[in-house]
Design a protein. Structure first.
Length: 695
């Protein structure tokens, strides 16, 4: 019997070494099964669980340091109340009772005027269904607060996939090992999808050809047979040109097209408008390279595409995903388990979100939605009939918006408002926590229950607490449970324990006894899910033409949509900037671990030798990267990782650890994607100049 009584764990104080099964909570496709070694109640080691086939006992360098993170001397272990000016980072310890009573009182007074003035802000600091999207959602629904559109990572790609395939679904990752050609499109798999990379290497040893499509010459691109280094935001043009060649050379599965696709003739007409020469001019790559890639994709069986979310962080990102997701249906690739495409597998998981989140608690009250990408502008907006009430309170958890949200100078201006009451649930004093009125100490993954899905494989996972909560830390779910009690919410759902929430997450759709026994449970997904069609679209087919988009007055076919800030469109800011993650960080998580920060060294911008030479920049120079939104100082790495005309600003460093108190998001914009209202982090023009070396 699994117990949710964590105090019992503390009282037991095991005198021997134990090993506890868990799951990695971080925003990565792999969702690794973990084993935590505990000695005398202290977590001393975190490693992969070798019994879990999808991840095979192997962890990335980041999560291998998770015990260090949990036991970190700078960990916040008691509630803190601000004592200095906003942003000063000055706090004093207070009791839980004092903190909860004051927070509940202040939220209650705001809610009495208009609860929509209260905004939750969270994302994937934990991917857990319990600590990420259960009791918190119940609390805010019952309160009547604004809703949050959690768009900062994947909504553009998710919508593009949904309008084409019907959901976040695709091939099973394990079958990439059987492919004879793998296109790794918009992904630095070595750093962000380690277990897929192991499968790709297995396929390579068996003779498969690997092609990386990415504006950056990443560690992954270096180890593939070929790198197609296109300009940022031009992926849809490349995909349409591939379709052109598939059609021109009849590398098509006509039977699959006739029986399992919708809108083929319309897509065919559009694709024929994109010969390789046209796409080459847009993408900045040779037409011959496009022709050769089309030939390989059209004539190799099975050929698989591992698409990742880097593709969709530009104005036309959703359409790019739509175009790429059409390709396997043209060739009939879906007939083979190793012949389809994978962006995300999360749509396969039968999560009972209404049960977890209880939207019925809104009880018909109006509730506006705030887009987390535009929080900088939204915090500075006055009340209006269209926007609604001015934001008066923020409750932030599982996110660090001052570091990760775009156009961060505006984000900081918003957080600096004296009339915004800010509560942050955190492990450490992040950039965002510095601006809080209260910081509440949250548990780490080693200290609480949770249940997980994955977006890179198809196993559900259970996380057991390996140790008792350190200090006065409490799980996110417990904090919102406590706030609900202080607010006087008496609905029975606020009494559900964390273990009960784990059981509710999948209901009867996943065997909880199996989860409890081994820590993971596979979903029943066919090896080749769309071999005979059966897509979860309204038509049951792969929808080249989307009637749903047409009904919205939008282009029903995938199209190339130029960037908001297209390369070459500005003489003031002639360089396109993308901001891929630094290999040893995960968004802004792990930045405060010195062991990992020492590996990264310092904030960097990669610049091609041609562009560096024109600006008098040498490797290692201190430079200023700037545009009309802001200025960011960092050090230059001159070489071939960036293509000419593009710079790579590696992220996401905490601002307060930067040279001038900024990071790359000082430069990114709040402009949104074509579908999904997602961010356009890789749609950004800048200039770079050399700075004098500091004295």
């Amino acid at each position: 019997m699994i117990s949710d009584d964590l105090s019992a764990l503390a009282a037991a104080a095991p005198a021997r070494t134990t090993t506890v099964r868990g799951a990695c909570p971080h925003d990565c496709p792999d969702t690794c099964a973990l084993l935590t070694t505990v000695e005398d109640g202290r977590a001393v080691r975190v490693q992969g669980n070798p019994a879990h086939a999808s991840t095979g006992g192997v962890l990335c360098a980041k999560v291998s340091k998770y015990a260090e993170r949990t036991n970190h001397p700078e960990r916040i272990l008691t509630p803190l109340k601000r004592t200095g000016p906003k942003g000063s980072g000055q706090f004093a310890p207070v009791s839980w009772d004092e903190a909860l009573a004051d927070i509940a009182g202040r939220l209650g007074r705001i809610a009495a005027r208009d609860a929509q003035a209260i905004v939750p802000y969270s994302y994937a600091g934990t991917m857990g269904l319990v600590q990420g999207e259960s009791m918190d959602r119940r609390f805010f629904h019952r309160l009547g607060a604004s809703q949050l559109a959690r768009t900062i990572c994947a909504t553009a790609g998710g919508e593009g996939l949904t309008y084409t395939l019907g959901g976040k679904v695709g091939m099973k990752v394990e079958f990439f090992a059987q492919a004879k050609l793998i296109l790794i499109w918009g992904s630095n798999s070595i750093g962000s999808n380690l277990h897929f990379w192991r499968l790709a290497q297995q396929a390579k040893r068996d003779g498969a050809r690997l092609v990386c499509i990415d504006p950056r010459r990443s560690e992954t691109a270096e180890k593939c047979h070929e790198h197609i280094q296109l300009l940022p935001g031009t992926d849809a043009a490349l995909a349409l040109a591939l379709m052109h060649e598939l059609i021109a050379h009849d590398w098509l599965d006509h039977d699959y097209l006739a029986r399992h696709t919708h809108g083929w003739e319309q897509l065919r007409a559009r694709a024929l408008q994109w010969p390789p020469e046209r796409a080459a001019a847009v993408c900045g790559v040779p037409a011959a390279q496009i022709r050769q890639l089309a030939r390989e994709y059209g004539t190799t069986r099975p050929a698989a595409i591992r698409l990742n979310y880097g593709v969709q962080r530009a104005h036309g990102g959703a359409n790019a995903v739509r175009a790429i997701a059409c390709l396997p249906a043209l060739t009939g690739g879906w007939r083979h388990p190793a012949g389809g495409l994978l962006l995300s597998s999360s749509g396969h998981f039968p999560v009972q979100r209404a049960q977890l989140q209880r939207p019925d608690l809104l009880a018909g009250r109006p509730s506006r939605t705030i887009n987390m990408v535009t929080i900088g502008d939204d915090l500075l907006r006055p009340a209006s009939p269209t926007f609604g009430p001015k934001i008066e309170a923020l409750v932030i958890y599982n996110s660090n918006p001052v570091a990760v949200a775009p156009d961060s100078s505006k984000v900081v201006q918003g957080f600096a408002r004296e009339d915004v009451f800010t509560v942050v649930l955190e492990h450490f004093q992040t950039d965002t926590a510095d601006w809080a009125d209260y910081i509440l100490p949250a548990t780490t993954q080693l200290e609480h229950w949770d249940v997980h899905l994955a977006y890179g494989h198809t196993d559900a996972l259970l996380n057991r607490p390996a140790i008792a909560p350190l200090g006065g830390s409490r799980s996110n779910a417990q904090i919102f449970r406590d706030l609900a009690a202080h607010m006087g919410f008496t609905e029975p759902c606020f009494a559900d324990s964390d273990e009960a929430l784990c059981r509710q997450a999948y209901g009867d759709a996943v065997d909880f006894a199996l989860l409890a026994e081994q820590g993971f449970a596979p979903l029943a997904v066919p090896d080749a899910p769309f071999a005979e069609g059966g897509f979860p679209t309204p038509s049951g087919k792969c929808e080249f033409w989307s009637d749903r988009l047409a009904a919205r007055g939008l282009d029903p076919l995938p199209a190339y949509i130029p960037n908001h800030e297209a390369p070459g469109s500005s003489s003031l800011y002639p360089l396109a900037m993308i901001s891929p993650p630094a290999r040893n960080f995960l968004n802004s998580t792990f930045v405060n671990l010195k062991s990992l920060r020492d590996i990264e060294g310092r904030p960097l911008v990669e610049i091609h030798s041609q562009d560096a030479g024109a600006r008098g920049i040498a490797d290692g120079d201190l430079v200023r990267v700037f545009n009309g939104r802001g200025s960011h100082e960092c050090h230059a790495v001159v070489g071939e990782r960036a293509r000419p005309g593009v710079v790579n600003g590696l992220g996401i460093w905490w601002r307060k650890l930067g040279v001038n108190g900024t990071n790359v998001n000082e430069l990114t914009s709040q402009a949104l994607t074509d579908l999904g209202d997602g961010p356009t982090f890789y749609d950004c023009l800048v200039e770079v100049e050399r700075l004098p070396a500091p004295l």
